[in-house]
Design a protein around this ligand. Structure first.
Ligand code: VGL
Ligand code: ZN
Length: 201
């Protein structure tokens, strides 16, 4: 068993990020068993769920003439345009059916504001709007966060870097993640996490 001040953060293990899903990560389903096993070691367990309204501004379908995986300017900076995914209430937004969600203390939903995307479990993509997770973890006495889930180069990366910036000690269990790897995003994510002091093992 881990120490009481250590939390496990299980990020976006949802059907749309698994093979057959709208934004599938290769092997995304193969991490589920390992995550289930790891859950029993932690006192504090938080899951995130990407949870977009239909017509979300991050969907390429809302931008005439722009293709999925292209990048466009949003008020808060560059934003990748995604295929429609994790639409609230859809099968794609549900957790993978083999993921044991019973041990979750808290399930935090993100990306539910139409005009702003949210990769990180802590802040939306404006890097300002908080999700409330920081306060939750602090009031539970958490100082260490272990991140697993999907996708390593987007939501896991942003969550891990934000956690480190907030002063948590952060490690990412790379074997329990999977990457989208879009135009060098994986290499950039690795470098960003390293620079933020995240341990990637
Ligand atoms: C994610 C792209 C769009 C993720 C979520 O979970 O990494 N990536 N929405
Ligand atoms: Zn999303």
């Amino acid at each position: 068993m881990r120490e009481p001040h250590e939390a496990l953060l299980v990020i976006d293990v949802q059907n749309d990020f698994c093979p057959g899903g709208a934004l599938a990560v290769e092997g995304g389903d193969q991490i589920v068993h390992g995550i289930n096993e790891l859950l029993s070691q932690f006192h504090v367990r938080v899951f995130t769920q990407d949870w977009h309204p239909s017509g979300h501004s991050s969907f390429a379908s809302q931008h005439e003439g722009l293709d999925p995986f292209s990048v466009t300017g949003f008020p808060y900076g560059p934003q990748v345009l995604w295929p429609d995914h994790c639409v609230q209430g859809s099968h794609g937004a549900e957790f993978h059916s083999d993921l044991n969600t019973d041990p979750a203390d808290l399930i935090i939903r993100k990306g539910f504001r139409t005009s702003i995307d949210s990769y990180s479990a802590f802040f939306e993509n404006d890097h300002k709007t908080p999700t409330g997770l920081e306060g939750y973890l602090r009031t539970r006495g958490v100082t260490h966060v272990t991140c697993v889930g999907l996708a390593l180069d987007f939501c896991v990366n942003f969550s891990a870097v934000d956690a480190a910036k907030l002063g948590f000690a952060v490690s990412v269990r790379k074997d329990l993640t999977g990457a989208i790897d879009l135009d060098g995003s994986l290499a950039a994510a690795r470098e960003g996490m390293r620079a933020a002091g995240v341990s990637l093992d």
